[in-house]
Design a protein around this ligand. Structure first.
Ligand SMILES: CCC1=C(C)/C(=C/C2=NC(=C\c3[nH]c(/C=C4\NC(=O)[C@H](C)[C@H]4CC)c(C)c3CCC(=O)O)/C(CCC(=O)O)=C2C)NC1=O
Length: 169
């Protein structure tokens, strides 16, 4: 698993090069946004259960067929599995935010996920929507916690969305 710094080192070491201007700029921007990243993770952590619950309610309000007979999140077991998945997405998103790298998502979350979902009939579209609803909730809460620029919050959620939605050729 890598973070923004170790990824950069790996790339430059492979080429046997010192950090150039681009590398220094990207290190600077990572360290400059460091406090905000940690603050955001803190704001999310202290509210995680409620964020997941709210995102779940939002999703099921929009798409009530999911929790009706025949829906993939119907029965308490599957409903709970769905919220548990949302909790995974949220927790790993906070790791990716702090690391400044999406590597942890590839390695721990996305690997083989689409295949698992397909084999269990878990619908990807609504899952993606759930992740986006969660992102919106978080952006509001992190802004309310006093983080001025919350643009960096999009990245892990959009990354998971994109990777999950990718079509097989
Ligand atoms: C940390 C990385 C990680 C992830 C991401 C993960 C996901 C994951 N979600 C699963 C199931 C599931 N996932 C869902 C999720 C949903 N159904 C819906 O209709 C909604 C759209 C959606 C919630 C937003 C459901 C309902 C199941 C149970 C499916 C079943 O057993 O029939 C399963 C199958 C095994 C199990 O039930 O535990 C896995 C592996 N597991 C992991 O270890």
């Amino acid at each position: 698993m890598r973070d923004a710094v170790t990824s950069l080192i790996k790339n430059y070491d492979v080429a046997g090069r010192y950090f150039d201007r681009n590398a220094i700029d990207s290190l600077k921007s990572y360290f400059e946004s460091g406090t905000a990243r940690v603050q955001a993770a803190g704001a999310i952590n202290s509210n995680a259960a409620s964020i997941v619950r709210q995102a779940g309610s939002g999703l099921f309000e929009e798409q009530p067929e999911l929790i009706r007979p025949g829906g993939n999140a119907y029965t308490t077991r599957r409903y709970a599995a769905c919220l548990r998945d949302m909790d995974y997405y949220l927790r790993y998103a906070t790791y990716a935010l702090v690391a400044g790298s999406m590597d942890v998502l590839d390695e721990r979350v996305l690997q083989g996920l689409r295949e698992t979902y397909n084999s269990l009939g878990v619908p990807i579209g609504p899952t993606v929507r759930g992740i986006q609803i969660m992102k919106d909730i978080i952006k509001e809460q992190v802004a309310a916690a006093g983080v001025a620029n919350t643009a960096f919050l999009d990245e892990p959620f959009d990354y998971m969305t994109r990777e999950l939605s990718e079509q097989d050729i």
